[in-house]
Write a protein that binds this ligand. Sequence first.
Ligand code: PRP
Ligand code: URA
Length: 207
Amino acid sequence: MNLNITNHPLITHKISLMRKTDTGSKDFRELAEEISTLMCYEVTRDLPLDDIEIETPITKTTAKMVSKKMAVVPILRAGLGMVDGIVNLIPNIKVGHIGLYRDPDTLEPVEYYCKLPSDIEERDVFLVDPMLATGGSASAAITFLKNRGVKTIRSVHLIAAPEGVERLNKEHPDVEIYCAALDEKLNDHGYIVPGLGDAGDRIFGTK
Ligand code: PRP
Ligand code: URA
């Protein structure tokens, strides 16, 4: 299975706090950002380093630096809760947006917005969305990015269901999936069990 679980004790602890019903929107948002920052460290582990000539106060030298162009693309709405966590570590990263919502009856994604950096095809993309449930939303967003010429995509989630991982692996075997927790299953309404409920509503306090 093409899946990386970043199961560091601090990340797991923070995910458990997010799961709790009595965690309010302010704490939920802060936790989503903190976990995204911690995950970013793992997600970027294999970025290439280039040799760059620099001058220290002592001498000229060849130093290793990341010059890869990158973009973070949240799936609206809930993905917005992960953007600042990534930007904290990669301040110059460009941000694109893809708006999708799950039709509550069919659970299929419906697209309502898209705005990407004009040179998106030259960038490694971190697609972010807290929940990978059926995988429909992430799969549609990845197809969309590939149609725009993007070659390298990492799909980054706080919590994933086995059903979503299986679907992404089948439909996009080239895409590396990252999550902080792999949960048990989906319930009859397409919610992750035990999960954390509706991520968008909890981030934005809409329910
Ligand atoms: C949630 C979540 C994902 C999607 C996951 O969004 O943020 O985008 O569901 O489900 P899937 O893997 O079955 O497609 P939702 O549709 O609730 O929209 P929201 O972000 O606006 O709340
Ligand atoms: N979307 C959510 O926000 N939560 C789930 O459990 C599944 C989809």
